[in-house]
Design a protein around this ligand. Structure first.
Ligand SMILES: *[C@@H]1O[C@H](CO)[C@@H](O)[C@H](O)[C@H]1NC(C)=O
Ligand SMILES: *[C@@H]1O[C@H](CO)[C@@H](O)[C@H](O)[C@H]1NC(C)=O
Ligand SMILES: *[C@@H]1O[C@H](CO)[C@@H](O)[C@H](O)[C@H]1NC(C)=O
Length: 393
């Protein structure tokens, strides 16, 4: 039997046959509010300290976890502020690899909160109330080196992590944190559900040089208005449930370029997810439709993408007929052309008439020289006749 099979077997045994065999008391400090022990986590048996909905209002207890703790779940408590040295001043949690502090109403993480987290690979701060700005309520919440001790961090979860109505400078503050915390090993970044509509700082992710997967689902984006070309290792861009009504030509071009880079340099597919965006079935979606058929970008479940027709019915983008769009644009063009031609003709006629009027004398001379001479001749003749009567010899 291989290792995976053994793990699965152990997992099954521990969870169904001996559910409490390993998960036990954490010691007297914990007052039975948490469970500690080996449990299945991520499919393998690990030493888990689980303080879910335990009613803590501070983090003191985290200084006295068992040294062998691999996974900390400290979730559903009420901690307004993470103070300095959450894990104590002594470096003893060498095995700690996952820190889950989701759902704690955390408003501020002090700059020196996280020490001795050198082996943590995944930090989860989902569903908090974080402020990272410089001058919110006249207090500086901006601690750019806040994650700098996570020198091996590979996944950072910030889903719904920030206070509602976070200022647009959020991206600048995040950029500062990503840069100064030196998160060079980060591969996955979750930023779902943060009401992001624009990134004021387009380079917000550019210092995450090893980022593979960027999760931006459930935000308010209408276009790709941040730099992704700088992410040389990007392989998955999650844009589901945003506010795309169609894809701008510049974004389609950008995705194709990204795809080409990742295929040429790393021979992997670029995967993009656009599911559940409010696409509109009008002529602007036409180009997206064409692109979907041609592109080498792996668009997740692209045949299932739908758009809203006449504000009511959903239609599959892949099945829409665009004849109407094409003829409509054609006839539009024709009408425009006719209009332009008419207008130009009128102007031309006007100009010509004006010119003709102004140089009417010249024109007359040029056009009717014979007539002129003739009439003069007639005059001369007349004059002759009048003034010089014929002398009859
Ligand atoms: C942690 O405890 C909570 C509540 O007691 C439970 O629902 C959850 O499944 C536990 N997590 C793990 C990974 O054991
Ligand atoms: C988040 O913080 C703001 C400002 O301090 C506060 O008014 C609000 O109640 C907090 N929300 C939650 C869910 O804790
Ligand atoms: C950032 O991390 C890399 C590798 O993880 C290291 O080589 C570099 O010295 C660090 N830079 C700073 C400013 O800490």
């Amino acid at each position: 039997m291989n290792e995976v099979a053994i793990n699965i077997l152990v997992t099954l045994l521990t969870s169904y046959i001996f559910p409490t065999a390993f998960a036990g008391d954490c010691g007297s400090n914990f007052k039975a509010k948490c469970t500690c022990g080996e449990m299945p986590y991520d499919g393998i048996l690990q030493y888990v300290v689980n303080c879910t909905n335990a009613g803590f209002t501070n983090t003191n207890i985290l200084e006295s976890m068992p040294n062998e703790t691999q996974i900390l779940i400290f979730s559903g408590n009420r901690i307004d502020e993470l103070p300095w040295n959450v894990f104590g001043t002594i470096n003893k949690y060498y095995k700690l690899t996952v820190v889950d502090m989701s759902n704690n109403h955390i408003r501020e993480i002090r700059g020196k909160a996280y020490h001795h987290v050198q082996n943590v690979k995944r930090l989860i701060l989902d569903h908090n109330n974080l402020s990272i700005s410089r001058d919110d309520d006249d207090v500086n919440h901006h601690h750019p080196r806040v994650f700098s001790n996570f020198i091996n961090l590979e996944a950072l979860h910030l889903t719904d992590a920030f206070a509602d109505n976070s200022p647009p400078e959020l991206s600048e503050d995040l950029h500062d944190i990503f840069f100064q915390s030196n998160l060079t090993k980060l591969r996955k970044l979750h930023l779902e559900q943060n009401e992001i509509s624009t990134f004021k700082d387009r380079k917000v992710f550019c210092d995450l040089i090893n980022l593979n997967d960027l999760y931006l689902g459930d935000n308010w984006l209408q276009e790709i208005n941040f730099d992704v070309k700088c992410l040389k290792k990007l392989r998955f861009l999650d844009l589901e449930r945003n506010k795309f009504e169609y894809l701008k030509p510049k974004d389609l071009k950008l995705l194709d370029e990204l795809e080409e880079n990742s295929r040429m340099e790393r021979s992997i597919d670029l995967i993009v997810d656009f599911k559940l965006n409010p696409f509109v079935c009008d002529c602007k979606i036409h180009q997206f439709h064409k692109w979907l058929n041609l592109t080498k970008v792996n668009v997740r479940e692209k045949e299932k993408l739908v758009c809203l027709k006449d504000g009511r019915n959903l239609e599959r983008i892949s099945q829409i007929q665009y004849d109407k769009c094409i003829t409509k644009t054609k006839s539009d063009h024709t009408i425009l052309l006719i209009f332009l031609l008419t207008a130009l003709s009128i102007i031309l006629v006007g100009l010509l008439s004006a010119l003709a009027y102004l140089s009417r004398d010249k024109i007359r001379h040029a056009m009717f020289p014979v007539l002129d001479t003739m009439s003069k001749k007639v005059q001369y003749t007349t004059i002759k006749d009048d003034d010089c009567p014929e002398v009859h010899v």
